[in-house]
Write a new protein. Structure first.
Length: 311
């Protein structure tokens, strides 16, 4: 007699997969996002209330208790998000927003940070930036700002070079006549930096015309390059980064399901199909179109011609 082993059932799923599914069901729920968003706004309101000395003195213990409750709630939230990635922990650390949230919450438990009131308040202020996680448009702006940093650094280098050249030229031509504005390289750079915002441009031009008529060329060329050309270049860099951030956001967001085409419609021919398949599709489309058209009325019977012999 042969003993066959009893068939075993399906292999039980690992505990971390079950934990990840349950935690993911909570973190992806709408009520969870609304709750965390409300906590962030509450934390911002508490931080603003501490700036009023009277309110901070009268409600000191209540504000401290509310801060500890907010910190506990944020800790539970980041723990749930980490549990939602229990089956794929690397994906949790690949998301920069998860790293930012983890750093903001974890730093609040460090002894040196908890003892420093200024650093602790800055960390609490950083929690307000977490609203970008729940607002897609704000998240796009943050990503655009981050992606525009390399172009912004290049812009700052070109702007600093332009400012240095024009400051040296201004010191050479206007240093002795106007030492208050161009008496040194630092004063000239500060004057030109303020002129970049077109603040006091009229007074500077009038003062320059009293020194030399050629000063109008100096100020006009500087304003044209610094206030128009460079600023437009910076705007172009930011807009380009904003478009890239919007494309990244659309790429990471789940694509909506395309509606199914009606059965009566013929599928669009694929360019890779051979000629015979395309002809068959065209014939099928013509047959469907002919079936939809109303039938033609019957043609009238031709009248017989008169017999010429009788006539």
């Amino acid at each position: 007699m042969n003993d066959h082993p009893a068939p075993t059932g399906a292999t039980p799923r690992p505990l971390r997969h079950a934990l990840a599914e349950r935690a993911r069901a909570v973190t992806e729920a709408r009520w969870f996002a609304l709750t965390v968003f409300t906590l962030i706004l509450t934390n911002a309101a508490l931080l603003g209330a501490e700036t009023y000395s009277g309110l901070s003195r009268d409600w000191h213990h209540g504000l401290r208790l509310a801060e500890h409750l907010c910190l506990a709630a944020f800790t539970v939230e980041i723990a749930l998000r980490a549990c939602a990635h229990a089956d794929r922990p690397r994906d949790f650390f690949r998301d920069p927003w998860n790293l930012f949230d983890l750093a903001v919450v974890a730093c609040a438990f460090l002894p040196l940070v908890r003892e420093n009131t200024t650093v602790l308040r800055l960390l609490r202020l950083a929690r307000v930036l977490r609203t970008a996680r729940f607002l897609p448009q704000l998240r796009i702006v943050f990503v655009a700002v981050a992606r525009s940093l390399p172009g912004t650094v290049s812009f700052l280098l070109v702007g600093a070079l332009l400012l240095y050249v024009y400051a040296m030229v201004g010191w050479v031509f206007f240093g002795e006549a106007d030492p208050g504005q161009f008496g040194s390289l630092g004063r000239a750079a500060l004057t030109l930096f303020l002129l970049m915002t077109l603040d006091g441009l009229g007074d500077a031009v009038h003062a320059g015309l009293e020194i030399s008529r050629w000063s109008i060329v100096y100020y006009a060329s500087y304003v044209l390059l610094a206030s128009f050309v460079l600023v437009n270049v910076l705007i172009g860099v930011v807009i380009s980064s904003l478009e890239e951030a919007r494309e990244l956001e659309h790429a990471h967001s789940p694509a909506p399901e395309a509606p199914s085409a009606p059965a009566s419609e013929a599928p669009a021919p694929d360019p890779a199909m051979d000629l015979r398949t395309r002809i068959a599709i065209a014939r099928r489309a013509l047959d469907d179109l002919e079936a939809l058209l109303p039938p033609l009325p019957p043609e009238p019977a031709p009248t017989p011609a008169p017999d010429r012999a009788r006539l």
